[in-house]
Design a protein around this ligand. Structure first.
Ligand code: ADP
Length: 299
């Protein structure tokens, strides 16, 4: 751990909570991909969850805080409360309510599915697809300009951006060309389906959802925007971890369109391309394999 200016962060916590916070202990929390994370412990059992990144990354945390607030607003699923965020002379930081995680079991999984379906029923109220600001997916910029047409949004602000980045990161020409062919034919996946502009978590793999000590679902570390709810569902499948109870409960509230089975690879591709851009390696061939599969539908 690099030294970080805890005094400034504790002072901000004190101001934000209206109660002086004196830290007595801190411990590192594992599990994140992008940031360093710590649990801060103070007097009288007060605890906070701290995320740290380097100076210059405050905008990422501001977007994350705004995303958490957006997800909390409908009050259908628990989201950690944002305490404060800012920059010290050494780090950008985000402080959240500390959640005591536990196992959710089958009933928790079902509740998570049900609550996610209700979250998805909140929409952008006619503003189209996008959000009021850009954010990040992992550490990659994610564009969210409001767009009336989902296919245009998906093509330009999701795939074209990732493919361009992938080209700069060394994705081979054949994968890039095939990716372009996919983008040219993207509309074919949406001939009989126009998604609602649902409020999305945006990065819903199993590492970004859990259960509190009462077994209530909690979602965190989002990449919020308004878009096709199938994108969240595809992400839950990508790295596993969600049980059959989750999917059954989701579909009981709001069944998925039959065409989801065709589109889910498309939505997974976005995250696989992003993983290539973040981590490189085998994600290149995984991206190309998915594109090959998707092009069969277009041929
Ligand atoms: P990153 O942005 O680096 O991916 P995360 O936000 O996913 O980091 O957090 C890393 C880990 O910290 C999570 O996997 C989870 O176990 C834990 N965590 C996340 N948010 C909280 C919280 N509010 N309270 C307690 N633990 C948390």
């Amino acid at each position: 751990m690099n030294e970080f200016n805890l005094d400034a962060i504790c002072a901000d916590i004190s101001v934000s909570t209206g109660s002086p916070f004196q830290m007595e202990n801190h411990s590192s929390v594992a599990g994140g991909d992008i940031n360093d994370a710590y649990r801060l412990e103070g007097q009288c059992g007060r605890e906070f969850f701290l995320k740290l990144n380097r100076v210059g990354q405050l905008d990422m945390f501001t977007a994350e805080a705004e995303g958490l607030l957006a997800l909390a607003q409908p009050k259908v699923i628990r989201v950690p409360t944002v305490i404060c965020y800012g920059e010290t002379n050494t780090h950008a930081y985000l402080v959240l309510e500390n959640i005591q995680f536990s196992r959710g079991g089958a009933s928790g999984e079902a509740l998570l599915g049900e609550q996610l379906a209700h979250l998805h029923q909140f929409n952008s109220a006619g503003r189209g697809y996008g959000w009021h600001r850009d954010n990040t997916i992992g550490a990659t910029p994610q564009l969210n300009d409001w767009t009336a047409d989902w296919v245009a949004f998906l093509r330009e602000q999701r795939f074209a951006y990732q493919l361009e980045l992938a080209a700069r990161n060394g994705l081979n020409k054949s994968a890039r060309d095939k990716g372009q062919r996919l983008l040219d034919g993207l509309g074919l996946y949406f001939e009989s389906y126009t998604p609602e502009a649902s409020l999305l978590h945006g990065d819903l793999w199993s590492g970004n959802a859990g259960f509190d000590s009462d077994g209530q679902p909690v979602i965190y570390d989002p990449a919020v925007y308004y878009g096709d709810r199938e994108t969240d569902m595809a992400m839950t499948e990508l790295f596993g971890g969600f049980s059959a109870d989750f999917y059954t409960a989701y579909e009981q509230v709001w069944p998925l369109d039959v065409g989801y089975t065709r589109r889910r690879d498309l939505y997974k591709l976005y995250h696989i391309l992003n993983h290539f851009n973040l981590f490189g390696g085998g994600y290149a061939s995984q991206s190309e394999n998915i594109i090959d599969k998707l092009l069969i539908y277009l041929s």
